[in-house]
Design a protein around this ligand. Structure first.
Ligand SMILES: [Zn+2]
Ligand SMILES: [Zn+2]
Length: 419
């Protein structure tokens, strides 16, 4: 006979009382504990040692929940124990991508996706209210990434006087594409519109990082599509037949380059190695990042992989202008690891994103020879200009409040409340 309040519930009651948490939460934490003891003991040890956050554990336990082969479990446990301590600063989505990456490699049948999701591709369009229609669906991630870029690109092709929001322009852009058009007309109505006559925009480009063996059909390691995660090896192979392939130069082959701007090969290596902005906690994709000299070029920092990293424009500006004695500082190591020091003296270490997926990308790129020189007095050594705000934050907030109050007042004027 199984009692409804069984042994498990009895223990949960004790654990809950001891920790001052609910029965359900106690039960869930017992579950995590058991999973770690039974299935992922090395990861459990790392957590017990305080090296891995519970947030990471929760994702890992769920994403590995379908693995039953003890050999696979042991293999993934060993990898997790070694790697997970570096994941505490990553977002949940990134942790999911990383765990799924290994599950897909070691035991593809255990990946936590509905079976054959690829066959679920579809688009549904339904009438909605107020002259709008709604649509939803699912498409292959590389196709969706391409569409997303194209909509952004078309939405950005009008001048600043266009009356529509970016979201509205994206929706209009999709309609244009459906009508077989490739340009968006600005609605500013001016003959002087700088966006008029711009012609069809350039083709959109997406980047997928993959091992050579995957591309040539000899390997099963998935490719990585920034912002979307793993792309099945078969899809990578299929895309490779119609995409431009750009083999990455191996890390060790780079030497310091003579110019500030890195060569195409070096820039591509840095973007593939970093995958996203290197500032702690930031996840702007590398292709939208600037390539920053860790030790500034003007202070003798070479254009060399050990001195270059990806930073989104905001963090590039932050580092360039909020540096010095009371600002942010950073030290980059030859394997791409960067240690940031905040103005209050706290330290944060980030490792290159690409190296988390493709360990070869973390191969040390060599020590630097830096000839330290002080910047000339009237040249602060900046290659970037700090943009200015049109309105202060306070003004912007006031404008938003005004706008929202205006909406309410208009609504009341049309339909007065019964005071
Ligand atoms: Zn215009
Ligand atoms: Zn950033």
């Amino acid at each position: 006979m199984q009692w409804c309040i069984d042994n498990w519930e009895a223990v949960a009651a004790e654990v809950g009382a001891e920790l001052g948490i609910s029965r359900a939460r106690a039960s869930s934490e017992m579950n995590y504990g058991l999973e770690l003891v039974d299935r992922l003991p090395r990861l459990g040890a790392a957590m017990a040692a305080g090296e891995v956050d519970f947030r990471v554990i929760a994702v890992v336990v769920f994403r590995t929940g379908l693995i039953f082969d003890p050999a696979v479990l042991a293999a993934i446990d060993a990898r997790l124990a070694a790697a997970a301590p570096a994941w505490n600063g990553l977002s949940r989505r990134k942790i999911v991508e990383l765990v799924d990456w290994w599950v897909r490699e070691l035991d593809p049948a255990a990946e936590r996706v509905a079976r054959r999701t690829d066959e679920d591709r579809h688009v549904e369009i339904n009438p909605s209210e107020g002259g709008l229609a709604q649509f939803w669906g699912a498409m292959r991630a590389p196709d969706a990434a391409m569409m997303d870029r194209r909509l952004d690109q078309l939405a950005a092709s009008v001048c600043a006087e266009d009356s529509r929001t970016k979201d509205q322009r994206r929706a209009d852009a999709l309609a244009l594409l459906a009508a077989g058009q490739s340009t968006m007309v600005c609605d500013c109505g001016s003959d002087q519109c700088p966006a008029a006559g711009a012609g069809a925009p350039a083709p959109v480009v997406i980047h997928i990082v993959a091992e050579q063996a995957t591309v040539s059909g000899q390997g099963t390691t998935p490719g990585y599509l920034p912002g979307f995660g793993a792309v099945a090896a078969e899809t990578v192979r299929e895309l490779a037949t119609r995409a431009r392939l750009r083999p990455l130069t191996p890390a060790q082959e780079f030497v310091a380059e003579p110019r500030y701007r890195p060569s195409v090969a070096l820039a591509e290596f840095i973007r593939a190695r970093d995958l996203w902005c290197r500032f702690p906690g930031c996840e702007v994709a590398a292709e939208f990042c600037d390539i920053d000299h860790s030790i500034p070029w003007i202070r003798g920092g070479p254009t060399h992989p050990s001195n270059l990293n990806c930073k989104c424009r905001a963090h590039h500006l932050l580092k360039t202008f909020w540096c010095g004695d009371n600002g942010w500082a950073e030290t980059q190591h030859p394997d791409g690891t960067i240690v940031f020091t905040s103005p209050s003296g706290r330290r944060y270490t980030t490792t290159p994103g690409g190296a988390l997926f493709f360990p070869d990308l973390a191969a040390p790129t060599g020590a630097l020879a830096v000839a330290h020189a002080d910047p000339p007095p009237d040249n602060p050594g900046r290659t970037l200009m700090m943009p200015t705000r049109k309105r202060t934050r306070a003004e912007e907030r006031a404008a938003r409040i005004d706008w929202e109050r205006g909406l309410n007042e208009a609504r009341w004027a049309a339909d007065p409340p019964p005071f």
